[in-house]
Design a protein around this ligand. Structure first.
Ligand SMILES: [Zn+2]
Length: 407
């Protein structure tokens, strides 16, 4: 296999998590009696452009789209994050009712509705039917497509070039990152701006976030590598912000390469920091697997100890990262009896691979488990606040990454 960006041969493995079912392939009760398909979950690193990327295998590009159960609006902190971004970007870019905003992977419209309320025309691009319908109900126009150069050109021909193109948590999910970036180039107005948010691979490595690895996630990006990909498409990253979301993300600001805006010092500074943290040395990547294994072993030891002591352990958050962790550790309902999730679309279903049942959050108050393992550690504080009553009655909250923590 060759690098998805620079086409150099991929010789080095960053992380091998064995085999796992697609992390969003939630199961119904009837599915539990059927065979389940597991795919290799291996991540490589390119020693030429340092793009960390999921290894290719049969059907990868078409597999992970049909019943995508994730609705952005189910997380309160994510809604706040979106609102703050929109307020900031409208002011910075001086957007008005004459501007045009496109969001790629607009999900259920949680972000674009803020532009709608501000009177700024917008368009969502979203291939997943269920979330697109939810956005349309809010009054947001949606094109139900995958985004790439071909669609970018069609949008451009239809007069839909954008002053602002937003891609939040989509850049890492596209199989062909070069084609996606060329699409951005095609649909960007002369002086337009692109903002993309994606998890920062520097933080993934530093904080051992191996559970953010799943099949749907094709790339793990540094600012250096993202800048290279932009440059290849005739674009330039001229500014960057670090965000706390998803354990540490970047928000990059892009423009056409010949745009009048100067590249900010912060871009070179952060690339310098990446180099200092070893992101351009192969050893940094090769040393990651044992660090991930250590976390898995500690969690397993904790769960087995609670089982021996007769303690009840439940989990919170049927998120993709939870599935990676549970499947890599081989955890089943004997060690973790159920997982609660606020999304009605997941309740009553089962976690892929581990077959742990997904129940509504109210179940926690009924059962009062001794421990609640919070799988999406990025919203741990939110979950603890929502369940403050439970903590008062003696339940303790546990997170496994970056190391086992019991509070
Ligand atoms: Zn490469």
């Amino acid at each position: 296999m060759n690098c998805r960006h620079c086409k150099a041969p991929l010789k080095h493995t960053f992380l091998d998590l064995g085999f796992a079912p697609p992390s969003n392939a939630y199961l119904t009760e009837a599915d539990l009696n059927k065979p389940e398909i597991y795919y290799p979950l291996k991540v490589k690193v390119c020693d030429s452009c340092w793009l960390v990327q999921t290894e290719d295998y049969a059907e990868a590009d078409s597999l992970f789209t049909p019943k995508y159960a994730y609705f952005s609006s189910t997380s309160a902190s994510w809604l706040d994050h979106g609102k703050r971004y929109v307020d900031q970007v409208i002011e910075e870019l001086e957007l008005t009712n004459k501007s045009f905003v496109i969001e790629v992977a607009s999900n259920d419209g949680y972000l674009l509705k803020n532009f709608l309320h501000a009177g700024i025309p917008c368009l969502g691009i979203e291939p997943t039917g269920s979330t697109a319908t939810a956005a349309e109900k809010l009054g947001i126009p949606v094109w139900r497509n995958f985004f790439g150069e071909a669609l970018g050109k069609i949008l451009s021909i239809e007069g839909k070039q954008a002053d602002l193109i937003i891609g939040n948590n989509v850049y890492a999910h596209v199989p062909d990152v070069n084609d996606f970036t060329k699409g951005l180039k095609s649909v960007l107005k002369r002086e337009g701006t692109i903002t993309l948010e994606f998890p920062h691979v520097m933080r993934l490595i530093e904080r051992v976030q191996f559970d953010t690895v799943y099949h749907e996630h094709f790339s793990y990006l540094s600012l250096y590598t993202a800048s290279r990909i932009f440059a290849t498409a005739g674009l330039r990253i001229w500014n960057v912000e670090e965000l706390p979301t998803h354990g540490g993300s970047l928000r990059v600001y892009g423009c056409h390469e010949d745009d009048a805006r100067e590249t900010q010092q912060g871009v070179a500074d952060l690339i310098g920091q990446e180099i200092n943290q070893g992101l351009q040395q192969l050893d940094t990547y090769l040393e990651f697997q044992p660090r991930a294994d250590n976390i898995k072993n500690h969690l397993l030891a904790f769960l087995i100890e609670q089982k021996r002591n007769g303690k009840a352990v439940a989990a919170y958050g049927a998120a993709a990262k939870g599935n990676t962790l549970l499947n890599y550790a081989g955890i089943k309902p004997d060690l973790l009896s159920f997982v609660c999730d606020a999304a009605p679309s997941k309740q009553g279903q089962f976690m892929p691979g581990s077959h742990i049942p997904i129940l509504p959050p109210e179940q926690l108050a009924e059962v009062k488990p001794d421990f609640v393992l919070i799988l999406p550690w990025n919203i741990a504080e939110e979950v603890k606040t929502q369940n403050a009553k439970l903590a008062k009655s003696g339940t303790r909250f546990v997170t496994a990454v970056p190391k086992l923590s019991i509070q």
